[in-house]
Design a protein around this ligand. Structure first.
Ligand code: AMP
Length: 290
């Protein structure tokens, strides 16, 4: 199959109809483009899910509705030609690359929002962000009707929200969670890392170091979320240029802040600004893991 690129919603719906009728399994990797190894790991994971006879679709769309006023929508890195080449090399079958005008009809008033999981963590400082994410993902699901879609654990809150949406709105779609892909020095890969200077990039490593310290303490038997957070905060405090937005330990299911000892799967998550760049990272703390 030659890789197709489709930018119209109508054409995409028609093409997906044909693929469904032909009995092809469809796997979707939603992205905002400027692809890196993290995204490509999702492509490989989904190929494993749909098989060689299946169809791997990557959507590339910098979704304006998930950016707040004053956020980086205008300057978000974009390089479609580079993304196209990377997808071709990975054996992607189809890229869906709509414009904002194509995705959003003027006067739209219906959105998907969520009431609980979206309140804390990134939801607190980015009002409307998850409404934008859920709405665009719902639209992609409705246009493409994939059998399976993959989301990275890097955006853990987003992953949990999408799992919730699929359950609550009865989407017959399997959601696959992909592990976080890191640079060799531990920095979680992100399209936004391109904003960082060399110096800032080195400072940014303290996020991963803080999470690793929490993992080590947890492995050593520490279950108190307050002490684990203090361990993380003591590491970021050594790097004054890193302005922590939050360091949290939350229940994996509810994303509610834990105040009692960790007994179920938990998420240690953090967001910080390095220069003007907002970075997030996280790790799972699972007391039931062997
Ligand atoms: P984005 O283009 O940043 O919206 O990301 C598209 C998808 O790739 C989302 O499901 C992200 O969670 C996932 N992703 C981004 N960075 C990474 C990473 N470093 N490791 C794993 N998945 C990632």
């Amino acid at each position: 199959m030659i890789m197709e690129v489709i930018d119209s919603v109508r054409e995409m719906q028609k093409r997906c109809d044909e693929l469904h009728c032909a009995g092809r399994r469809i796997g979707l990797v939603p992205t905002m483009g400027y692809l890196h190894e993290g995204h490509l790991s999702l492509v490989r994971l989904i190929r494993g899910k749909v098989g060689e006879d299946g169809v791997v679709i990557v959507s590339i769309f910098v979704n304006p509705t998930q950016f707040g006023p004053g956020e980086d929508f205008e300057v978000y890195p974009r390089d479609f030609e580079r993304d196209r080449r990377l997808c071709l090399r990975e054996g992607v079958d189809l890229i869906f690359h709509p414009s904002a005008a194509e995705m959003y009809v003027p006067g739209a008033t219906v959105y998907v929002s969520e009431d609980r999981l979206s309140r804390g963590l990134c939801g607190r400082s980015r009002p409307g962000h998850f409404r934008g994410v859920l709405t665009v993902v719902a639209k992609l699901f409705n246009i493409i009707r994939p059998d399976v879609a993959v989301f990275g654990r890097k955006d853990a809150q987003q992953l949990r929200l999408i799992e919730r949406m699929v359950t609550d709105l009865n989407y017959p779609i399997e959601i696959v969670a992909a592990p976080i892909v890191r640079e060799s020095d531990g920095l979680a890969m992100s399209s936004r890392n391109t904003y960082l200077s060399e110096h800032q990039r080195r400072q940014a490593l303290c996020l991963n170091r803080a999470l690793q310290a929490a993992e080590e303490a947890f492995a050593g038997g520490e279950r108190d979320p307050v002490r684990l957070k203090a361990t993380m905060a003591s590491i970021t405090a050594d790097v004054p240029e890193v302005e922590v937005e939050y360091i949290e330990i939350v229940d994996w299911e509810t994303l509610e802040r834990l105040s009692s000892p960790i007994e179920r799967k938990a998420l240690a998550a953090m967001a910080a600004r390095v220069g003007g760049t907002r970075l997030i990272d996280n790790t799972l703390l699972d007391p039931t893991a062997k």
